[in-house]
Design a protein around this ligand. Structure first.
Ligand code: PLP
Length: 391
């Protein structure tokens, strides 16, 4: 049997919504004919998201990468400033910091969760540091209690990279809505997807930033006021970007939001299956693996090996049995472009620098069949118990 790493599927409600959004050109409901951004499906998606994330003001974007860039720009960070982020993350986090001329500073992650380590952040603080950007890896909350305390004590902006965390919470509050800004992704590797897509979250207490964000999002114009009938035309009033996703993408996303609980529930059930197999064996070569977290969204399942050679042998074994497993981020501090930026080598052991080759992710999607998950568990047991991989 072949099991893909991820599976995306169009459901009938998605096809129906997409057809409606195509509108008059295919003979359906001309009133909905609107292909650019900020139309009725964007409105519908925002209404559904507001129910889920009541503590934030929300803007749809074409990606989480773009939402992160907007968050950094709206924070007022610029040349000469520094932002602390985990080294173990996607390049988009560092690119967002570079996009305003600021400098990324790489911190370590905690071994269990692979989320930003607050102790590492504390050691990197300096007067130049203006913000901290934790990543909620796998949709599991980073240590927000400690990170918020640090940000408050040092008057730093907190930008949550919740790219993988749609539907995850921290003490009942949606991830992404707790710091000053947050970013969520709807890329097709995520729990909900419009192919490409993202969401910028602005904390509800930041009214002035919100006013600025709405203009920035509309290419630096007061077009929103024009659309509300408050202006007879719109004009350029500040800096901005073109960030609204097409209505066609929002039509794909909208029905999925109705199923979010079921989707995340199914993913968490798969996480528990894998966790049970890993938990039943004691393999010294495995340092940690994903644990089901009731506040998480079952975004991914990782197994972290002590040595890259064993991780490689494990991957080869799984792949030889038709199971598509993947590594994850090459740590930024050890990447060709990342080596130029500030990084305290004492924070990173050889293990941290090798993380990209030592973390292996198992197949995970709400669309994987029970028979496929059974098969992955069987092969996983085979790999762990029968030492086929040198474990
Ligand atoms: C932690 C993290 N941040 C940001 C992104 C970028 O998301 P997008 O593809 O929506 O730009 C990703 C993508 O996987 C990610 O894993």
């Amino acid at each position: 049997m072949n099991v893909p790493f991820n599976r995306i599927k169009a459901t009938w409600p998605m096809v129906e919504a997409l057809t409606k959004s195509l509108g008059s050109s295919v003979g359906f409901e001309p009133a909905l004919s609107h292909w650019s951004g900020d139309g009725p499906y964007t409105q519908l998606v925002l209404e559904k998201l507001s129910g889920l994330i009541p503590d934030s003001m929300l803007l749809m974007t074409t990606s989480a990468s773009q939402a992160l860039e907007m968050a950094v720009a709206l924070s007022g960070i610029g040349p000469g400033d520094e932002v602390i982020l985990p080294s173990y993350t996607y390049a988009s986090c560092a690119n967002a910091i570079l996009s305003v001329g600021a400098t990324p500073v790489f911190a370590a992650v905690t071994p269990e969760t692979l989320c930003l380590d607050p102790n590492s952040v504390e050691r990197l603080l300096s007067p130049k540091v203006k913000a901290v950007m934790p990543v909620h890896y796998g949709g599991v909350p980073a240590d927000l209690g400690a990170l918020m305390a640090l940000c408050q004590a040092h008057e730093l902006t907190l930008i949550e990279d919740a790219a993988q965390a749609i539907g995850s919470t921290w003490h009942g509050r949606a991830l992404g809505s707790i710091g000053d800004f947050g970013a969520i992704s709807f890329h097709d590797t995520k729990n909900l997807t419009s192919g490409e897509g993202g969401l910028l979250l602005v904390n509800a207490s930041k009214q002035a930033k919100w006013d600025q964000a709405q203009i920035y999002h509309q290419k630096g114009t007061d077009r929103l006021q024009f659309l509300k009938g408050q202006r007879d035309r719109y004009e350029w009033v500040g800096p901005g970007v073109s960030a609204s996703p097409s209505e066609l993408l929002m039509a794909l996303l909208s029905p999925q939001l109705d199923d979010l609980e079921a989707i995340n529930g199914r993913r968490r059930a798969i996480v528990r299956r894998y966790e049970a197999v890993l938990g039943a064996t004691s393999v010294p070569e495995i340092l940690s693996f994903t644990k089901d977290d009731p506040s998480g969204n079952g975004h991914l399942f990782f197994v972290r090996f002590r040595a890259s050679a064993v991780a490689g042998a494990f991957m080869a074994f799984m792949q030889s049995r038709g199971i598509d497993v993947r590594t994850h981020y090459q740590p930024l501090h050890a990447s060709p472009h990342g080596r130029a930026f500030r990084c305290d080598p004492a924070l990173f052991s050889g293990l941290d620098s090798d993380l990209g080759k030592c973390v292996v992710r198992l197949p995970l999607s709400q669309h994987l069949e029970d028979s496929e998950i059974d098969y992955v568990c069987e092969v996983l047991k085979d790999a762990l118990i029968h030492s086929h991989t040198g474990l």
